[in-house]
Structure formats: C-alpha cells, structure tokens
Design a protein around this ligand. Sequence first.
Ligand code: ZN
Length: 348
Amino acid sequence: MTTIYENNPITTELADRLRAMPKMELHVHLEGATDAATVWELARRNKVTLPAATLEELQSMYVFRDFNHFIDIYEMAMNCMQTADDFAFMVKRFLVKQAEYNIRYCEVFLSASFMLDNFPQDEVIEILIEGAKYGKEKYGIELRFIPDIGRQAPETRHKVLDFVLKGYEKGIFIGLGLGGVEVGFPPNLFTDVYDEARRQGLHIVAHAGETVGAESVWGAINDLKVERIGHGVRAVENPKLLEYLAKTQIPLEVCPHSNYRLSVTPLDQPHQMRALVDAGVFCTVNSDDPPMFSTDLTSEYLLLAKQGFSWEELWQLNLNAIEASFLSDEEKEVYRAEWDIFYKKVDK
Ligand SMILES: [Zn+2]
C-alpha cells in the first residue's frame, strides 16, 4: 500500500478555504524545499553531473521511495550548491512556492553543519538578508532563518553556533536548531551549545521524537530546554510525556506527509496529530521538505481534513502557528488581525 490513510471525503468548499487561508510555516528546510527544477538549474550553472539525463528524469527521482533515497536526494540538492549566490537563487524559488500556498511568514531551517566550510559565512548572511527583503517587497512574505546542527556531526556544533550568532546580530537568524540522524546522536551531546545559545538570547528548537521515541523528546526538553519540538509525534507512545506536553503547551511542529513517507506513521493509520490534539497538545502544521515528500503546506491541511479534522480544528491549528512563532507580540498582532479578517469573510 502506498497511499496515505483517508477516511473522510471533503467538500470543495472546505478545500477552497484551506487553499485560500493565509498561513504560517515554522518547520521547513531551505535545502529540502528545493525542487527538481531548481536543482536542475543549479547543476547546469555549476557544471555538476546529476544521475539524470533530463529534467523529467530528475523529477521522477523526486518520487519518494525510502529514507535512504530521501537522504540521497537531499545530498544531491546540497551538492549542486557551489557558490553563495546559489542561496539567492534557492531563496527566490522558495518564495515563489510559499506564495503559491498563501504562506505569509516562515521560519526556515538551514543545514548549517554541512555548508559552513564550503561558503563564505558573511556572504551567505548578506544574501539571506537580501532574499528576505526581496520576499517582503515582492510577495509580502516575511522570512527568518534557523540554522541547524546536523546531529551526526556534533563536532560542528560550536562553529554552527558562531555562525548563528553572526546572523542573529544582523536580525536574519532567530534561533538554533538540531536536525539530521536522531538514532545514536541523543540531545545531551549538544547541551553545551544550547546553554550558550540560550544565554545569548537565541530561540532554541530541535527535531526529536521522529525516528526515536519518547526519550528523545524528553532529552530535547530536559537537556536542551527547547521552546518548540520538531515533529515530536512519537510522544503518543508515552502517556506521561503526552500529559507533560499538554500541561506545558510546548508547541510541536508536526509534518504529516514527512512522517508517512519516513514510516514514522504507518500508511494505513490516521496521523498521530489526532491523538496529540485530543490530548490537548499544542500542535502546528508544517511541510518539512515539501518537494521531497510530494507535499506543500496546503496539502498538509487537506490531508488532515481527509482524516476527519473539522474546519474549526484546522483553523485553530493555523492560529496556533502565529502563537508558536518567534515573532514579537506586536508582530503577532498584525497576523492575528489578518487571520481574523479571513475567518470572518469565509465563516459567515
Ligand atoms: Zn525537519
């Protein structure tokens, strides 16, 4: 079985609403959001040989197969990036896509551990600042970045923190993240840099509870003292953790398609989001690495609708993103007002 569980046919009206509603995304990776056409163009510019003779062939490689294939595609995308200017191109392509799904604000991960030695840091920071400015002017989209440490490269953690602090001073980086291989690389390997990041005023998040269960989420909470958890869906396996998350309202950045594609959720089962929301856990909806999982933020909401989430519930999840974001309260107020206008318009 390769199709994802659905049990609730939805109306065109609901689908249209979910498409049209203004959205926020708090968990999306710049490199992972790079589609086949962009990788093709980067490879052509940089004379990188791809394992595909045509763009169509490359596009067919983006059809999800398994975890190892996903990593291969992710690495292929990263290998095609050779100059700091490539970031400008990727950000522009990223913005076109985000605009298509009415995404108004994004907090975007950058795989810092694997790029720091290959690109001049100051130049990358300037390019991202320019990209964010362009996004605001051309699409009215606000972008902020959260560089992350690759767990499988713990030795890069101090270097990544220094990079984050440089961009933080310039207002383009807002926090520190932790991604990559969860198995074998527990959160406590990173406690020192997380303590320092917190002291410096950075926001802190980490992927946890995706390929490793509850202990990884506890580690992110207790050792790293994260403000939000990337995925965290395997918390459903541990009632104590579920209760703790509901009590503390630490937001989860939930990415349904990603979980199905990486077998974190069995294809014939409803997504863990149902159990999380029913337990009172604070959840947001996100797309993670959209082209690699054949998804986008609208499709994530549509999938939840097809699994029985009501309009009210989906709208609440959309509101949650504002509250869980790292915007100032003043900035959140602007988005709350925009969301409110939309809600009143469609929900008469
Ligand atoms: Zn992720």
